[in-house]
Design a protein. Structure first.
Length: 221
């Protein structure tokens, strides 16, 4: 144990832990997010709620902009999978404020196609959802799969996003497990809701009773 903590300390000296949002080197008392960002980044709370088709309601921790945007970009494309644990903590704080989220039966994640998982080295939404589920003591279940490659959503208009995603998501053999259950869908960003709505539609058709959505950030309308 002592040896292990010595290694951890040595690694901290070489690679000091940094704030996931602004990149500042963290003090010993800080965990994942620096004090400055803690004070500066505002949890959206009930202002972070959003609606869409097929799901009951969605909630986001932050607006998608500035350091939050850069941070999520580093997480997804820069190999910073360790950010998932910090984001999970943010999701847990947001979930604690919403009774409907707290009482969901199952946590799941939006699916990513295999090529992107291979490119990034990990399934970012699954990692996020698993970290969150572990943190709050809920059950994580992978329920959805991408059946065809879709174009990157960036730059597409809302109706193009919808056309792009429809029919590209299928349910895994989990119908028995989700039958009559309330499912909480986790993703990193909520944009127009095309993906979340399609995931919710597929989950409902697979037997889920209700779907709620929880994301790290949402784009401003
Ligand atoms: Zn910071």
């Amino acid at each position: 144990m002592i040896f292990k903590s010595l290694i951890a300390e040595a690694l901290d000296l070489v690679y000091p832990p940094k704030c996931v949002f602004c990149g500042a080197v963290l003090e010993r008392s800080e965990d994942g997010i620096c004090e400055k960002c803690m004070g500066r980044l505002e949890y959206l709370g009930r202002h972070g709620s959003f609606g869409g088709e097929f799901f009951e309601k969605g909630y986001a921790c932050f607006d998608y902009g500035g350091d939050v945007r850069h941070s999520i970009h580093r997480f997804k494309f820069g190999g910073h999978k360790e950010y998932a644990k910090v984001y999970a903590e943010c999701l847990a704080n947001a979930a604690a404020e919403h009774e409907d989220v707290k009482t969901c039966d199952i946590v799941t994640s939006t699916p990513t196609n295999d090529l992107n998982i291979k490119k990034r080295g990990f399934d970012h939404a699954a990692l996020l959802a698993e970290s969150f589920a572990r943190r709050v003591g809920m059950a994580y279940l992978k329920t959805l799969v991408k059946t065809r490659k879709t174009e990157a959503m960036f730059g597409l208009k809302p109706d193009e996003r919808r056309a792009n995603i429809i029919g590209s998501i299928d349910i895994l053999p989990v119908r028995e497990q989700i039958k009559g259950k309330t499912v909480l869908l986790i993703d990193d960003i909520f944009t127009t809701g095309a993906t979340a709505s399609e995931c919710a539609r597929v989950l409902l058709s697979g037997g889920a009773s209700k779907v709620f959505v929880l994301t790290v950030a949402k784009t401003e309308k």
